[in-house]
Design a protein around this ligand. Structure first.
Ligand code: PSV
Ligand code: MN
Ligand code: MN
Length: 406
């Protein structure tokens, strides 16, 4: 992309009152965490395809993740899932990550893959199983201390398949009891991010089904508990950006699990299905960041942007590169919204003018801007091509098949 293209773009944006210096500054602060499990084999309930060259252990997952960061400059941390990423020495995993220029991000307990959790983990009617589940939560707090992680990211598969199967109010109390114990074990620097999902694997009721339940629990636990919005965890048609705005305003938006969906919790590459939704989510976040209210601004600065995807048929490292780039593109577009223009249209009660002020930012081609930014950051203009031009993807084939699976 030529300097001419950028100069033209800059002129165009200046005329709309957009300062590209500020836009680039915001863009350079964007950090997206990738999930360790996105580098391993994953699939659907029908089949997990075994790919050649998949990481055989958590150390190799970090090596693959480092490739994503190397070419995009966007993904300096990696979330881990325990026990998928269980190692004997977390200090060693931490040094390995740091040696690759990465940090260990959110620690995700796993309370859905053991036989005993068939009827629930922290909400199981059997006190011994609840104890085991709560002990795992406490173990994850200790792991977070060893890895230097700030976030503990919680998702529970707990729920029931049939009316009458469980005592919903009793289970609600057990959930709160377990999370209270975990909350008390956290250091003051840690944050508990509570994720919700309305169905799957449970099909009648899920104990933490929506943002309201997660929010209520966070409120009860205290200021270190916040809500995690996974973009694939809502019923069709749900206005996710409204939830985002609401939670920011309540100062309880902890972070995101970004992914795309067409039908249910499809975990596809973020931005591949409905990029406009992602853009509108960023519109709300940027708007709140411009707010005068210091509390709201702090929340915006602390939002953890994380990817949560499973790459079933696609090559995993390129899929992750595509994902973080898609997030960056939509963020860049949302930064081109002139909020004053929107507010002015709102004051005039100009419905179409307000909609136009938002949408037209989405319609710009931000390639010249992103190229200029990457040039300034010493990154390849086309990170995907830069990665594919290397032999890394071929070199890892020596790992063979049967690597880490989810
Ligand atoms: C559940 O669907 C979820 O979104 C949670 O975040 C899990 O930790 C993750 O997926 C596992 O793939
Ligand atoms: Mn998730
Ligand atoms: Mn999910």
């Amino acid at each position: 992309m030529s300097d001419k293209a950028y100069a033209l773009f800059e002129e165009q944006q200046q005329a709309r009152g957009i300062d590209l210096g500020w836009v680039k500054q915001q863009l350079s602060k964007l950090k997206i965490e990738t999930p360790s499990w996105g580098y391993g084999d994953s699939g659907t309930r029908f089949k997990v395809f075994q790919k050649t060259g998949v990481p055989r252990n958590p150390f190799e997952k970090f090596e693959d993740a480092a490739q994503v960061h190397k070419y995009t400059g966007l993904a300096p941390s990696v979330a881990i899932h325990i026990p998928w990423d269980k190692v004997d020495d977390y200090g060693k995993l931490r040094s390995h990550a740091e040696g690759l220029g990465l940090a260990i991000g959110a620690v995700n307990p796993n309370l859905f893959q053991e036989e005993e959790y068939e009827l629930g983990s922290v909400t199981n009617a059997d006190a011994a199983i609840r104890r085991k589940a709560t002990d795992h939560l406490l173990e994850c707090v200790d792991i977070a201390k060893a890895t230097g992680s700030r976030e503990l990211s919680l998702w529970f598969a707990d729920g029931t398949n049939y009316p009458g199967q469980g005592d919903i109010r009793q289970r609600k109390a057990w959930m709160q009891e377990a999370l209270t114990e975990m909350y008390k074990a956290m250091t003051p620097e840690m944050r508990m991010l509570i994720e919700y999902k309305f169905f799957e694997p449970a099909f009648y009721h899920t104990d933490l089904a929506d943002w309201g339940m997660a929010y209520n629990l966070a409120q009860k636990l205290g200021p270190q508990a916040e809500v995690l919005v996974d973009t694939g965890h809502h019923a069709q048609g749900t206005n996710i950006e409204h939830i985002v705005a609401y939670l920011i305003d309540e100062q309880r938006l902890g972070g995101f699990h970004f992914n795309s969906r067409k039908y249910a919790d499809d975990d596809l590459i973020v931005g591949s299905v409905n990029p406009y939704e992602l853009f509108l989510i960023f519109y709300q976040i940027i708007g709140a960041g411009l707010d005068q209210d210091a509390g709201v601004r702090r929340t915006v600065e602390d939002i953890a942007y994380m990817i949560d995807q499973s790459h079933n048929i696609e090559q995993k490292i390129p899929a992750m590169i595509r994902s973080v780039l898609n997030v960056q593109t939509q963020y860049a577009k949302a930064l081109l919204i002139n909020h004053e223009e929107v507010a002015e249209a709102q004051r005039r009660a100009d419905v179409l003018g307000a909609e136009d002020a938002v949408r037209k930012a989405f319609e710009f081609d931000v390639t010249p801007l992103l190229h200029a930014l990457r040039e300034e950051q010493g990154l390849p203009l086309d990170p995907m091509k830069a990665y594919l031009d290397t032999s890394y993807g071929k070199d890892i084939l020596v790992r063979g098949k049967g690597g880490a699976s989810w």
